[in-house]
Design a protein around this ligand. Sequence first.
Ligand code: GDP
Ligand code: MG
Length: 163
Amino acid sequence: MKPVIALVGRPNVGKSTLFNRLTRSRDALVADLPGLTRDRHYGEGRVGERPFLVIDTGGFEPVAKEGIMHQMALQTKQAVAEADIVVFLVDGRQGLTPHDKTITDFLRKSGRPVMLVVNKSEGMRYTAVVADFYELGLGEPYSISSAHGDGVADLVEEALDLA
Ligand code: GDP
Ligand code: MG
């Protein structure tokens, strides 16, 4: 089985941008992926000789009890349960939000290995872009730019080492 990377984070942090970069928009044929639920966004990627599967998620809204936000929360939970490694994306331009803290609590309870990844970091100094996020207690943050590609290959190599 190829390792599974789940992309998790609140809306607009850049999950789908990263997904598209990792898969170059080649969506996997979900029928070929036994055991994986079919109603999310799966893709296949490769870094060097190492293939992997990646799951995009629609966002994360843990307080909603019904409706589309509730569905998205369920999908995110399912994706995390299927993941070998969770890439938790936050937004380096917006900084830390309460929503990020809620997601952190959920991920910690999930017991899955998590990489904290600060996106939208192009043109910013590493120390400045990550400073806000140490208090989440998820270790040394990674920084990437999904839009420009900075740091993305290194991130995936690291994720596959941890998966
Ligand atoms: P999602 O809701 O988490 O899937 O986020 P999207 O991938 O749809 O991106 C939300 C917005 O952030 C879009 O306008 C993207 O163009 C923008 N975005 C994504 N990645 C980056 C990045 O690395 N740098 C900057 N500056 N903007 C980005
Ligand atoms: Mg998206």
